[in-house]
Design a protein around this ligand. Sequence first.
Ligand code: GUN
Length: 280
Amino acid sequence: MPHIIDGKAVSAMIKKELKGKVKELKEQGISICLAVIQVGNDPASSVYVGNKKKACAYIGIDSLAYELPEETTQEELLSLVGELNRKEEVNGILVQLPLPGHIDENAVIRAIDPKKDVDGFHPQSVGALCIGQPGFVSCTPAGIIQLLKRSGIEIAGKECVVVGRSNIVGKPMALLLLRENGTVTVAHSRTKELEEVTKRADILIVAVGKPKMITREFVKEGAVVIDVGIHRNEDNKLCGDVDFDSVAPVCSAITPVPGGVGPMTIAMLMHNCVEAGILQ
Ligand code: GUN
């Protein structure tokens, strides 16, 4: 059987490290505050926002929660973001996505001060990542790099294949692997002979949003497989984009769902908040 990469344990370790760092900062008179904005009451978003607040409380980061009604206008939301940009005591601003259809997500993301962009979604943050300059990095791909490094998996010189090209995961993932000196291919829904492409991977990262799409035919013997997907199947059980039972016997290491990539996102958000506090 392959090594099962335990994201829950790695996330717990990172959060514990951050808790120590936040305590030290407090002793120097520096406190850290994250503002979280949710518009409407999408149940999944409410769970994510609740988990973020809980993680803040554990680490010792203050959190301000703004729960705005579904009918909030774009102007009102932009005005709140502007107010939080100006508030010195607020170090990080997170607007939970998706936003209701009448609000332009890109306009809201652009309005966040890049110094407080702990999600790493602002065009300035993404541009900085692209050209190797300092800036916040999107939490899920940053968490995957931590998972690989802390599992002792070398990236430099490896064939890395990312399946999926979203702004939040696929694209920043490719840039981060490149920064770690991987040889990177990005595959997507229009890629021809996907199996041939994914079979080249020493490290295969899957973020396609399709339950159990990646079976053993897509995976080279001994590859490391990272599954970003999370879905509920017919029996209400969680599963990923990778068919775990089919792929596990052929790979050398794999992330489970749940308990793989998922817990890393919040750990890296907390990391970004601490960095924001230190830099401001
Ligand atoms: N919705 C789903 N994932 C995320 C995330 O990482 N950040 C924000 N802001 N919204 C999300």
